[in-house]
Design a protein around this ligand. Structure first.
Ligand SMILES: Nc1ncnc2c1ncn2[C@@H]1O[C@H](COP(=O)(O)OP(=O)(O)OP(=O)(O)O)[C@@H](O)[C@H]1O
Length: 646
């Protein structure tokens, strides 16, 4: 093993030669350097640069050099035994010289490092003591002035003795025990440092061989470490990266949130090669304090959206949206997003209320991606899209033989598939009272039983429910269970309709326009002030989804250029653009009947549920829901070739 390189900084010649004698007696190879108060910094720096592993330094100098060198420093001062020896010597001198300890006479003490213990030892030996000065920071002439002013006998520490020749002085010097102890202490520190270093090297090697990029930042958001993979991903070397503010390398990543909420989160960012990477941020918490964060960067983990914007991970149960995807400048919605972020930190059930197309699913996915469950599945279930019996088997799964047509090996339900992740129960207001009772039990107990099974299966899932319905009203009508409502409604989020946040429209037009023009390979559009005005005056019953479909149609129709107010009016108020010449005939009736008539007519024209939804700016689920009311007359529905929503 490599020999320890320990150096001692001695305060004077006498101490230097004594230390050298003792070290040679003990067979210790310790370098001794002499330093004064004036040159101690220089000497310490030189010793460190020459490769010293640790310094033993006279206690009065330690404070001065502590910030100068980056190696362990052991403070050396007189031990209690040394003080006892010094005071015993003083007592003997007093006796030999016939000096009786008269009233008012005292042994003066100088030197801050020995004051406390000398006073105690004086008390034990019956020698009155008086503290004359704490010489830290006092220059020599000042000290001598103090010394001369007062006592008969002085017991200063070693550093002073050569300056006071006319007063009896007894030096409390560092004895062999204290010196030996300091050497052992320094050797232990060097050994512990070596062990730490070996461990650190081991960890660094492991980190360099993992498949992920790893970056550590301190709580000032400065980069303190990067591994090899991260160097490659960021196309920069350690030396270029370490010490830099994280924001220069990750401008799109919001470290503040991760550090503020002390939560793990996952965010996408684009690296130097224009490749989408997933960055997982884990806060480092020591003793309850967030001291920094570790960022792991992964090329394969993040779900990639295909051209249609759909998620393409193997199970399909993955959330792609983050809070940054939710476009809004509205103050209330911004507050709602902050509240949603704080909800992501807890495991309680969340209820999102908002009209169709207001972004309930974006928020649900963002909460999942912001929560500790972000690496687990995100399973979205549209409760309105399935008939009750199918919904039950989809949610809870079934065992072999549970019903005719059941798979041989049974089937895992969506709750089981969402284990360790989040289940999003969309359109919760649409489920039957029977299903409500089953759901209530799952939410309360966090366990399920498959249909036809007898085994209780515990599940660890976060539950987010959403509805556009007024649940208290449904409760009054006996259509929704009050107890389920209270279970779901622990944390509530309310999304404003687009008509109540019109200031968002220009931003949404810009963001959605950019996204769609890239996806559809179309020229970006400009909207004239008049067109913007028409958009602002429209009531947007289908909210952002409807706005999206208007922008998409404009992109296809115009393919670049300026969209005028007439273009918008045509799309918004004159029926759907593909069949401009056909008038839309709506029979007079209640609002609901007229809505159904419109849906039927467009379905008839398109023969396609997706296209109908797009034209009308509503979701396929909304079509399903609105038409479900007249399900008794099945012909109404089947006539137009409309199946269940996707
Ligand atoms: N604030 C927003 N910023 C950007 N896009 C949005 C926003 N709100 C909604 N959208 C877009 O509108 C569409 C509908 O959003 P989403 O599915 O989240 O709404 P929803 O409230 O769940 O609708 P529904 O109740 O009909 O299922 C999506 O394509 C989404 O990307």
């Amino acid at each position: 093993m490599q020999a320890d390189k320990i150096a001692l900084i001695a305060p004077n010649r006498d101490f230097t030669s004594r230390a050298l004698d003792l070290f040679s007696e003990w067979g210790e190879k310790i370098h001794v350097a002499m330093a004064s108060k004036e040159d101690v910094i220089l000497i310490a720096r030189q010793l460190s640069e020459k490769g010293a592993d640790a310094l033993i330094c006279y206690s009065d100098f330690v404070k001065t050099i502590k910030t100068t060198v980056n190696i362990p420093i052991v403070s050396l001062g007189p031990s209690s035994l040394d003080i006892l020896r010094g005071m015993q010597q003083t007592k003997e001198w007093l006796t030999q010289n016939g000096k009786h300890i008269a009233t008012g006479m005292a042994v003066g003490i100088i030197g801050h490092s020995i004051i406390d213990e000398t006073t105690i030892v004086g008390d034990i030996l019956g020698i009155p003591t008086r503290v004359l000065a704490d010489i830290q920071g006092t220059d020599m002439s000042g000290i001598l002035a103090i010394v001369r002013e007062v006592p008969d006998i002085i017991s200063p520490d070693g550093a002073l003795i050569e300056f006071i020749s006319d007063i009896p002085c007894f030096s409390v010097t560092v004895g062999r025990e204290a010196l030996l102890r300091s050497v052992r202490q320094a050797q232990e520190l060097v050994a512990a440092g070596r062990r730490e270093w070996a461990k650190l090297e081991q960890i660094k090697t492991i980190m360099d061989f993992t498949g992920e990029g790893i970056v550590a930042v301190d709580n000032q958001r400065r980069i303190t470490y990067v591994n090899h993979i991260a160097e490659k991903q960021l196309k920069a070397s350690k030396h270029q990266i370490v010490g830099k503010p994280a924001a220069t390398l990750f401008p799109d990543i919001n470290l503040d949130d991760a550090l503020r909420y002390a939560q793990t989160r996952i965010m996408p960012f684009v690296d130097g090669r224009e490749q989408m990477l997933a960055c997982r941020i884990v806060p480092m918490i020591i003793g309850g304090q967030t001291v920094g964060a570790v960022l792991t960067i992964n090329e394969s983990n993040f779900p990639i959206k295909d051209k249609a914007g759909k998620c393409t991970n193997e199970s399909g149960h993955k959330a792609t949206y983050c809070f940054d995807d939710f476009v809004t400048v509205n103050e209330t919605m911004k507050e709602t997003l902050e509240i949603a972020k704080s909800y992501a930190g807890v495991d309680s059930t969340i209820l999102i209320i908002g009209e169709t197309g207001t972004g309930k699913e974006i928020i649900a996915q963002s909460i999942h991606n912001y929560s500790r469950r972000c690496n687990g599945p995100f399973v979205a279930v549209n409760c309105a899209a399935l008939p009750e019996s199918l919904l039950e088997s989809e949610l809870f799964g079934y065992e072999y033989g549970a019903f005719t047509g059941a798979r041989k090996n049974g089937k895992k339900g969506l709750f089981e598939q969402a284990d360790q992740g989040t289940i999003f129960l969309d359109e919760i207001g649409e489920i039957s009272l029977g299903m409500q009772a089953r759901l209530l039990r799952v939410i309360q107990e966090r366990e399920i039983m498959r249909i036809g099974g007898d085994k209780i299966i515990p599940i660890d899932v976060g539950i987010i429910a959403a509805t556009h319905r007024n649940l208290p009203e449904l409760i009054e009508k006996g259509l929704f269970r009050r107890d389920l409502y209270h279970r779901l409604n622990i944390l509530q989020l309310h999304l404003l309709p687009l008509s109540a946040r019109k200031e968002d429209i220009p931003y949404l037009v810009e963001c959605i326009g950019k996204k769609l023009s890239a996806r559809l390979f179309k020229q970006p559009l400009k909207f004239s002030a008049g067109a913007m005005n028409v958009l602002a005056c429209y009531p947007w019953p289908g909210n952002v989804r409807e706005l999206e479909s208007v922008i998409e149609r404009m992109l296809i129709l115009k393919n670049g250029g300026v969209v005028t107010s007439d273009d918008i009016k045509k799309v918004l108020y004159c029926g759907y653009d593909r069949r401009d010449n056909e008038a839309l005939v709506v029979p007079r009736g209640t609002m609901e009947e007229m809505e159904r008539a419109i849906i039927r007519q467009v379905l008839k024209e398109t023969g396609n549920q997706d296209e109908t939804a797009k034209i009308l700016g509503i979701s396929t689920t909304t079509i399903w829901r609105k038409m479900k009311v007249c399900q008794n007359n099945k012909n109404n529905f089947i006539l137009y070739g409309c199946g269940k929503p996707n």
